[in-house]
Design a protein around this ligand. Sequence first.
Ligand code: ASP
Length: 438
Amino acid sequence: MKVVKFGGSSLADAKHFKQVASIIKADPERAYVIPSAPGKRFSADTKVTDMLYRCYELIRAKEDIEECFSEICERYLSIIEELGIDFDISGELEYVKNSMLHNSGRDYAASRGEYLNGLILAKYLGFDFIDAENVIFFNENGTFNEEKTNEVLSNELKQHANAVIPGFYGIMPNGTIKTFSRGGSDITGSIVSRAAGASLYENWTDVSGFMMADPRIVSDPCAIDTITYHELRELSYMGATVLHEDAIFPVRRARIPINIRNTNDPAAPGTMIVASAEDDVSASDSIITGIAGKKGFSVITIEKDMMNSEIGFGRKVLEILEDNDISFEHLPSGIDTMSVVVSTTSIENKLEKIMASLEKTTKADHISLENELALVAVVGRKMVKAKGTAARVFNAVSNAGINIRMIDQGSSEISIILGVEEHDFENAMNAIYREFVK
Ligand code: ASP
């Protein structure tokens, strides 16, 4: 049995609803459906979730929400009308509006996008509707209550052969609605997959899976057919986005694979996200799985003679970062030098204080700061066994005339991270991509 989640762009209008229904009906194993709120129909359009946040802000500013709310109603009413279903949603819309006007909170407002879309989709498919507020629970401190949710949800699912469960929200112990962070319907899909004991979590979106590189940087990159959770984490951390990061944990533990699919191209196999390399059944022989990267890093380099023999040196440096509430990204070190790579925004406004503390505490010979560093991560589980991959990466980059400022091979050996000047970032990504993908 499969759990299927459809993102906002897959449910933006009636045309997409029809497409979604035909996908679900094409496979009887697609038993439980998680919808997002209607997304953008065209690039200048506004997502319903954003319209709901806007209404909430207007209420807070004691302004009229009539116009804003009627635009939201219009989105749902036109979907119902074009689908030709016999469903009167006006009472629900009125109830939502009144609740919002009576201070039901920001998360309640945002969650109604998924709630209303779920009602319509359940009606259209002829599936049961399970309100997420009865099955997804948060703890007092706002974290997700995994045990209670899994118990209640799996019992509830047993009562329904088919059901629609709206994504993105659940309930607090005090009975108020709480949402996950933006894009959180992915998390609901993962939670439902685990509770249902699904064989597969299909996550339907508007791209044919993960691309090997960002299409805004490398033109027309190939899609990744299979990726492990571990590799995905490395690529997502470096800026590749398709799936909410927290959506991985519930299914990962249960070893349920995720298949990223394209609603607008249902024939494309998409990307399979699997627990480990042994679960990879693809025929791909590509050594690297993907490349991702980000700009906006700074390097603080500390030099001191005989640093290697000074016990506790690293701890002192890291303690200063900790005291300033800064997390470090990488820590390449030499015999007498230690560099700390941090995101530039994290040290803004704190730089003088940090530098002064470092000087005082480490008594270093020299401390310098360099900005405008970009990091590029080359990720691939097959790199562990393939000899010469690092050499190929470095050659490709240096043949393109790019100076490598930092190298860090992750201890798991599934990633190689390069630091380059920001202005070389795009060229470095392209050079590496071309080296490995002809
Ligand atoms: N509708 C919510 C958002 O726009 C959640 C989601 O789509 O996953 O963030």
